[in-house]
Design a protein. Structure first.
Length: 340
C-alpha cells in the first residue's frame, strides 16, 4: 500500500496541497500545464487516494454494502449479480461480505460498512431475526433484508415463499406416488430450512404421506455426500422412496454419492432440490428443483434501497415486504415411486 501523501505530491510538483486536491476532485479548474505536472508527480510517487478517509470527511460514500450467508453458493452469486447490475445503474459500487452463516462475521461486516459510511446496506441474516442495525439507524443509512421474510420488523425485505416451495415439492412427489420421504437440510436455525421443511411436511401429510427430517450441519455438496453415503449403507427396505433437499447443493451431493455407489436415480430414489441453480440441469442426472429468481431478488432489493435513498429526508417510504412465488422445474431426478 502506498504511504505517499497529498503533501508529498504537492512538494514534488511544486504546488499547494489545495491545487493537488483540485486536480483530484475538480480538474477543470486547474490550468492544463499544472494539471499535467501534478499527474506526473502522482504517477512517479505511486500516490493512491484514500477514498475511505475522503468519504468519512464528507459523510458520504458511493458504495452499497452487501452481506450474504454463503458466497460459494451459486444462488447467492446470482443474487449478488442482481444487486450489482442495479447498483451500477445508479453510479455506485458494491462492497461484498460473506458471513459464512456465522453471526460474528456478519456483525464484523456490518460494523465495517458502518465505518465506511456506505450509502445503504443489503443483508441476508444468518438467523431468523435482524442483526443489530442501530448504528445504521443512527446514521440514517437504509437497510433492506434479502432472502428472508421478516414481517414483524420495520424493515423492507425481498424473499421467495419458502413454505409454498416446500409444498410444491411435496405435491410433485405425491403425484408420483411417493409417501415415504426424507427432508434433508440444516442447520435448523436457518429460517429457510424451517419454512421449506414446514411446507414439505404439511404437503406430504395432506397427501397421506410422511417425512423424516434428516438435519445437516450446512447446505453444501459435502453435506449432501455424507447423507448419500448414509443412504447407500442402509438396507433397501430402510430407504425412503424420495428425498427433498433444502437446496440444490445438498441434492447434488446426495445424487453424486448414490450414483458413485451404482444406485439408479430416480428408479431407486427420487431427488428434489431447491433454488434451481445453473448446475442443476447439468448434473449426471439432471435435477428436479424448486426454482427461485435469485437475480430478480437481488435486483428488487436494490431497487427498494434506492427508493429510500431517493426520498426526501424524513419522508422515506414505509417498509415493504416483496415476495416471489417459487416454481417447480421437473427434470430427470424424479420418477414414479418404486412398487413394494
Amino acid at each position: 500500500m502506498s504511504t505517499t501523501s497529498v503533501k508529498d505530491v504537492a512538494r514534488a510538483a511544486g504546488v499547494s496541497v489545495g491545487t493537488v486536491s483540485n486536480v483530484l476532485n475538480r480538474p477543470d479548474v486547474v490550468a492544463e500545464a499544472t494539471r499535467v505536472r501534478v499527474l506526473a508527480a502522482i504517477d512517479r510517487l505511486g500516490f493512491v487516494r484514500n477514498e475511505a478517509a475522503r468519504h468519512l470527511r464528507s459523510g458520504s460514500s458511493r458504495a452499497i454494502g452487501l452481506v450474504v450467508i454463503d458466497a460459494g453458493n451459486p444462488f447467492f452469486t446470482d443474487l449478488a449479480r442482481g444487486v450489482e447490475d442495479t447498483v451500477e445503474g445508479f453510479g455506485d459500487s458494491v462492497l461484498l461480505g460473506n458471513s459464512a452463516e456465522d453471526p460474528r462475521r456478519e456483525a464484523r461486516y456490518l460494523e465495517l460498512f458502518e465505518q465506511q459510511r456506505v450509502r445503504g446496506v443489503l443483508v441476508t441474516p444468518t438467523r431468523g431475526e435482524l442483526p443489530d442495525l442501530s448504528g445504521f439507524e443512527r446514521l440514517d443509512i437504509p437497510v433492506v433484508v434479502l432472502d428472508r421474510h421478516l414481517p414483524a420488523f420495520a424493515v423492507s425485505s425481498v424473499s421467495v415463499d419458502d413454505v409454498a416451495g416446500g409444498r410444491l415439492a411435496a405435491e410433485h412427489l405425491a403425484e408420483l406416488g411417493h409417501r415415504d420421504t426424507w427432508f434433508v437440510g440444516g442447520p435448523e436455525g436457518l429460517q429457510q430450512v424451517q419454512d421449506r421443511l414446514a411446507g414439505f411436511t404439511g404437503g406430504m401429510r395432506a397427501a397421506g404421506g410422511r417425512t423424516e427430517h434428516v438435519p445437516t450441519t450446512g447446505l453444501t455438496v459435502g453435506a449432501g455426500r455424507e447423507i448419500g453415503a448414509r443412504l447407500a449403507a442402509l438396507a433397501p427396505g430402510a430407504w425412503p422412496t424420495a428425498v427433498f433437499a433444502a437446496n440444490d447443493l445438498v441434492a447434488i451431493g446426495i445424487l453424486n454419492a448414490l450414483v458413485a455407489e451404482g444406485r439408479r436415480i430416480p428408479e431407486d430414489l427420487s431427488i428434489v432440490g431447491f433454488d434451481d441453480i445453473a448446475f442443476a440441469s447439468t448434473t449426471t442426472v439432471p435435477l428436479t428443483s424448486i426454482g427461485q429468481p435469485a437475480h430478480a431478488i437481488g435486483q428488487a432489493g436494490a431497487e427498494l434501497l434506492y427508493a429510500q435513498l431517493d426520498a426526501e429526508p424524513g419522508r422515506r417510504p414505509a417498509a415493504r415486504q416483496v415476495r416471489f412465488s417459487p416454481t417447480l422445474v421437473v427434470r430427470e431426478s424424479t420418477g414414479p415411486a418404486p412398487r413394494p
